[in-house]
Ligand binder design. Structure first.
Ligand code: NAI
Length: 250
């Protein structure tokens, strides 16, 4: 097992990439702290892990709220002793023309997608630093690497995550903490349903439009990458951006 005895905290673990990764981590021997603003969904992910003989706890968590982070990190350490892996995965996706974007919408996007990642690193890395070992994986996007119409707000948030990852990797390398970002293209979750509705293209059309492979990716595809970055197999990789987009940005 590739994560035997490791303790992993995954935000946004109620659905999509977060849920698949939580279940995958548990199968690889990790004890998983599943958090999400959708408490019922987080509980369901933890229940699925336990039903398969794994170990998990779930918390309601708004990643933009610092008090929530403090409490969850404290409770997680009380329950499991430490945190070895942090997957800052929670995020929201809104496609909107720049002229129609309100300051409230802009601030909400940044508070979840950027402040959420900042607070995760702020409160979890000190726990990792104590044991001189940890792996942080931050969910960016290909929208953090390339431009697209209607993506100013989301792209700004994911571009920020890309560079925050590199800054943190530099800051914490000597403490044994690695920090990497992942940059998925379209992955088959609620976010692709939303993109499909907004752009009036079917999932199949979106997959053909964005990827030379002709289809969108699966949450399992992404969890394979996150697992690699979480595990010691990637022990010499930090500050790196990992694109997983079926060739969309090649
Ligand atoms: P999803 O919508 O299925 O899952 C996102 C999860 O984040 C949900 O469970 C939601 O409840 C949770 N969440 C939202 N706001 C929150 C908050 N304030 N506090 C805590 N949890 C919150 O989306 P998906 O596709 O699984 O996305 C996961 C990550 O991957 C996101 O950061 C997303 O931006 C990124 N991503 C997804 C892509 C895709 O095509 N699906 C492409 C590129 C990046």
């Amino acid at each position: 097992m590739r994560l035997n005895g490791q303790i992993a905290l995954i935000t946004g673990g109620a659905t999509g990439i977060g849920r698949t990764t939580a279940i995958r981590f548990a199968k690889e021997g990790a004890k998983v702290i599943v958090t999400d603003i959708n408490e019922a969904g987080a509980n369901e992910t933890a229940a699925q892990i336990k039903a398969n003989g794994g170990e998990a706890i779930a918390f309601r968590h708004d990643v933009s709220n610092e008090d929530n982070w403090k409490q969850i990190v404290e409770d997680a350490v009380k329950a499991y002793g430490t945190i070895d892996i942090l997957f800052n995965n929670a995020g929201i996706y809104v496609i909107k023309p720049l002229f129609e974007t309100s300051v409230d919408e802009w601030n909400r996007m940044l508070s979840i997608n950027v402040t959420g990642v900042f607070l995760g690193m702020k409160h979890v890395i000190p726990v990792m630093a104590k044991q001189k070992k940890g792996s942080v994986i931050n969910a960016s996007s290909i929208a953090g690497l390339t431009g697209a119409p209607g993506h100013t707000m989301y792209g700004a948030s994911k571009g920020a995550v890309r560079i925050m990852t590199k800054d943190a990797a530099m800051e914490f390398a000597t403490l044994g903490v690695r920090v990497n970002s992942i940059h998925p293209g379209y992955i088959n979750t609620a976010m692709v349903e939303y993109a499909s509705e907004t752009t009036k293209q079917s999932k199949e059309q979106l997959g053909q439009a964005v990827s030379p492979m002709g289809h969108v990716g699966s949450t399992e595809d992404v969890s394979n990458l996150v697992l690699f970055l979480a595990s010691d197999e990637s022990s010499y990789i930090t500050g790196a951006e990992h694109v997983i987009d079926g060739g969309a940005t090649a």
